[in-house]
Design a protein around this ligand. Structure first.
Ligand code: PMP
Length: 303
């Protein structure tokens, strides 16, 4: 991870990073029972703009509901969450664009995994916003691992334990000299990357796997669909075969930490040497949204 800022929100207050720790006996550590989201904030002289913060809050709450962390809504709500973000920014005063990772940990000592009526600890930390994929062109490998299905670990919740699946696939790709992986769903359709959604362009139309392909309901995925529609590009959500990727005119990945990353190669097959025209257009519009030039209503300003 790039530079992590020294003050961390942990429980109900800010502490030094070294004090924000979960014990080895905590269920969060033992069973991967934490949920999270990561959101982007751009920094300028005017302050920090958090991109689609309310949507991130909603997904975090939804993840809590799906996984059965019923204590979460009793103790947390959106205004309180915003206040915690504000305190984190005020204390650290980062002088760069940042990501904030917000997690909810099931912080109890239990013999055996359970989720209901148990103590939860919220943590927030900020780190420098470095993209996780090369923005000039990403090389991908289809993984031998399949995306864990919604029937096994809910795909639309961001559950820490589920990221073992991403780690297996990403490490396999890295070890073979690629930047990231493509995970197929159990039926062999394209699902997503290790931590980003995928889009292709065919005959001028934008296509992305539907959420029934067990991908995360990405906030940037939705943003891209909305931006495409506004730009007059038809956006279709449907299942995609692997071989369709190989013959795509353009392909790109998107996500908070992936931004919009053009995909140049998949399984050693060339997709396009550089970003294609639709990718470029959407990449530019997405960037404008992050800086508040476009859709300022998607940004929360913290001064
Ligand atoms: N899929 C997975 C598995 C992810 O971890 C992420 C990153 N949060 C995404 C897609 C992209 O989601 P978002 O646009 O909400 O960041």
């Amino acid at each position: 991870m790039s530079v992590v800022y020294p003050k961390v929100f942990f429980g109900d207050r800010l502490v030094n990073k070294s004090e924000a720790v979960l014990g080895v006996t905590s269920s969060a550590v033992l069973y991967g029972l934490s949920i999270y989201t990561v959101f982007y904030l751009s920094w300028s002289a005017k302050g920090y703009r958090a991109f689609r913060l309310a949507d991130h809050w909603q997904r975090l709450s939804d993840s809590a509901r799906i996984v059965g962390f019923n204590s979460f809504e009793k103790h947390w709500n959106y205004p309180k969450f915003e206040q915690a973000v504000k305190k984190l920014l005020a204390e650290n005063q980062p002088k760069s664009d940042i990501f904030i990772r917000a997690s909810v940990h099931l912080n109890a000592e239990l013999a055996g995994p359970r989720t209901k009526d148990l103590p939860l600890t919220l943590s927030l930390f900020a780190y420098e916003a470095q993209p996780i994929l090369p923005l000039e062109g990403t090389r991908l490998k289809t993984s031998v691992w399949r995306r864990v299905s919604d029937q096994s670990i809910p795909a639309r919740a961001k559950i820490n334990g589920a990221y073992v699946n991403s780690a297996l696939a990403k490490q396999e790709a890295l070890s073979e000299g690629y930047d990231d992986c493509i995970l197929l769903d159990e039926e062999g359709h394209v699902s997503e990357l290790s931590a980003a959604n995928i889009f292709i362009v065919r005959a001028g139309k934008l296509i992305t796997p539907g959420v029934e392909s067990d991908n995360l309901e990405g906030i940037n995925r939705r943003t891209i669909i909305e931006l495409a529609q506004e730009a007059g590009v038809e956006a279709i959500e449907r299942s995609i075969d692997l071989t369709e990727l190989y013959i795509a005119d353009e392909a790109f990945a998107c996500g908070t930490s992936a931004f919009v990353s053009p995909i140049c190669e998949i399984d050693r097959r060339l997709i396009s040497q550089k970003a294609g025209p639709i990718t470029k257009r959407l990449q530019a519009r997405h960037r404008q949204c992050l800086s508040g030039e476009l859709h300022p209503e998607w940004n929360n300003l913290f001064v």
